[in-house]
Design a protein around this ligand. Structure first.
Ligand code: CO
Length: 244
């Protein structure tokens, strides 16, 4: 399916989205099918916009960094209908931002300092398997150490969470609290604080995606200045913003 969208210059450009109906048969099956899909996609995009790939190959200029769950049902670009080149993406199990995770920190630094994105979006999703696993007492392996960060969030919000009677609702509430916590982790990083200290416009947002309706809910957590984070987490260059 070909969808057109106006770019900032008002020109029309082609977007190819894989809006396959569930009943539509993908041919052929298997790994070869993926390569065939790829060739068909590249051909379609080029037909609609012959310069598309050449233009993108020269540079990327995304305004947004997306930090989301690795869950296959939460594909970043599709959800917000952005083209290749418009969204810088980092995904891991349960969309965690851990300050000792060099992978996530490297993405954050590159996105903010080199690409100079204006927005960082932490997008979780309801019914997250990682969050659910963190609420259980079963061993799943190495990932238990990763999910431990979510148990910490549970403990910090024990009263709120245990006042929710319905188990499904409790998972979803923890999914929301996890997003808020990861927004905070982005903001308390030196990378984010350095950007604010040099007056680089940067806002960090908390969103959550509904698997059942395909809609993103804005959790109304927007942090765009150091005064919004507790003083103890502020670095020297943002410490002066402390009025407390
Ligand atoms: Co998930």
């Amino acid at each position: 399916m070909v969808v057109f969208a106006a770019d900032p210059d008002g020109r029309k450009r082609a977007i190819i989205w894989a809006h396959r109906s569930m009943s539509e048969k993908r041919v052929p099956e298997g790994i070869e099918g993926l390569l065939e899909n790829n060739r068909a996609w590249a051909r379609q995009v080029t037909e609609e916009d012959p310069e598309f790939f050449r233009r993108l190959s020269r540079q990327q200029n995304p305004e947004y960094l997306w930090i989301g769950c690795a869950d296959s049902r939460v594909p970043a670009n599709e959800i917000v209908h952005l083209l290749p080149g418009e969204l810088f993406v980092h995904r891991n199990v349960a969309n965690l931002v851990v300050h000792t995770d060099m992978n996530c920190m490297a993405v954050l630094q590159f996105a903010i300092e080199v690409l100079r994105v204006k927005h960082v979006i932490v997008c979780g999703h309801y019914g997250c398997g990682g969050v659910k696993a963190a609420m259980e007492h079963e061993q799943f392996g190495l990932i238990d150490n990763w999910l431990r960060h979510i148990k910490d969030i549970y403990l910090h919000n024990l009263e709120v969470l245990e006042s929710v009677a319905d188990p499904g609702e409790r998972i979803d509430r923890l999914c929301e609290l996890n997003v808020i916590s990861q927004v905070f982790n982005v903001c308390s990083s030196t990378i984010c604080q350095n950007a604010w200290a040099r007056n680089q416009p940067l806002a960090v947002h908390g969103w959550i995606y509904g698997l059942e309706d395909g809609l993103v809910k804005d959790l109304s957590v927007v942090v765009d200045r150091p005064e919004q984070i507790p003083a103890i987490y502020r670095m020297p260059m943002t410490r002066q913003a402390d009025n407390t």
